[in-house]
Design a protein around this ligand. Structure first.
Ligand SMILES: Nc1ncnc2c1ncn2[C@@H]1O[C@H](COP(=O)(O)OP(=O)(O)O)[C@@H](O)[C@H]1O
Ligand SMILES: NC(=O)OP(=O)(O)O
Length: 313
């Protein structure tokens, strides 16, 4: 009750297999029905979300339709555009579900800039998958057309374009987010990991990259002094020996235990590993905070009986 919580939404909260606006809005209406349970519980929500599929699709759309007079926009601007579109869908869905539940609350999206280092080694080593999956042949054909693009095989599901993903240092608008949440408003912030910017004197200059939304959510949770960082994904729990006959669900786990499992290589790079790293960082850097990894569908159980993976000091 009355806790400040940052909830990071995974890909399945927005996009299933249909990338139309209508289908994503429908998915977000379902998501909002789960999120409203936190509001009913008396928690003060800050919502964040990913944008990997959407920002990659936007780049493709712009590449296909661009002319010299109507040029494609750079990736930092594309991240801001997806913050706007997904934020609009999300706040619209939340408004509807809050009204259905007779909850008088405002929801608003903040275009959020996230500071990164210009020297982050990630700029020279693209790792963040965006956009659609390709067959090997299609990825090779794209590479021939755009030699500067990098494609990698993504967890046995096909090939995807990858872009740099620098680590967040700070969230420019965190005080705005904090004012809003302290005033009872539900902010949607660091969407798509936030717009990557580097400091140049008084200017913040956009950089072409996509920040991991779990890391950006962690940084925001730290900066607003959240009680919990809740990472919602497609599984109810983190597992050790995931998808093996002897897989074991983690329920209450300390950061020391989680680090040991991480060192054993239990968490897949690019999927569960960043969530585990973000959870550890939040718990380590906050006085009293806990991190939770669970699914949207399990939010009710988490609130009633604490089911999910709960990470504490
Ligand atoms: N050890 C693990 N425990 C639980 N899930 C894991 C583990 N390793 C990999 N995963 C996979 O990671 C997925 C979450 O990552 P991903 O789909 O990239 O996240 P997001 O929800 O942010 O889009 C889970 O749905 C699961 O399939
Ligand atoms: N920016 C980001 O982390 O997006 P996804 O979660 O969709 O990959």
């Amino acid at each position: 009750m009355d806790k400040k919580i940052v909830v990071a939404l995974g890909g399945n909260a927005i996009l299933t297999d249909d990338a139309s606006a209508e289908a994503q809005q429908e998915a977000l209406r379902k998501t909002a029905k789960y999120l409203v349970q936190f509001v009913k519980n008396g928690d003060n929500l800050v919502i964040s979300h990913g944008n990997g599929p959407q920002v990659g699709n936007l780049l493709l759309q712009m590449a296909n339709g661009s002319t010299p007079k109507n040029p494609p926009m750079p990736l930092d601007t594309d991240v801001a555009m997806t913050q706007g579109s997904i934020g609009y869908w999300m706040q619209n869905a939340m408004d509807e579900v809050l009204a259905e539940n007779d909850l008088d609350k405002d929801v608003a999206t903040i275009v959020t800039q996230v500071e990164v280092s210009k020297d982050d080694p990630a700029f020279a080593d693209p790792t963040k998958p965006i956009g659609p999956f390709y067959s090997k042949e299609d990825a090779d054909a794209q590479k021939a057309e755009h030699p500067d693009f990098t494609f990698v095989e993504d967890a046995g599901r096909g090939y995807r374009r990858v872009v740099p993903s620098p680590k967040p240092i700070s969230v420019k608008e965190y005080r705005v987010v904090n004012h809003m949440v302290n005033d009872g408003i539900i902010p949607i912030s660091v969407g798509g990991g936030g717009v990557p910017v580097v400091k140049d004197g008084n200017r913040l200059v956009g950089r072409e990259a996509v920040i991991d939304k779990d890391f950006a959510s962690e940084k925001l949770a730290e900066l607003v002094g959240a009680d919990s960082l809740i990472i919602l994904t497609a599984v109810d729990n983190i597992y050790v020996n995931f998808n093996k006959p002897d897989q074991k669900k983690l329920e209450h786990v300390t950061i020391a235990e989680l680090k040991k499992y991480m060192d054993e290589g239990q968490f897949a790079k690019g999927s569960m590993l960043p969530k585990v790293q973000a959870a550890i960082e939040f718990v380590e850097n906050s006085d009293h905070g806990q991190a939770v990894v669970t699914s949207l569908e399990n939010v009710g159980n988490f609130l009633s009986n604490g089911s999910g993976t709960i990470i504490t000091k």
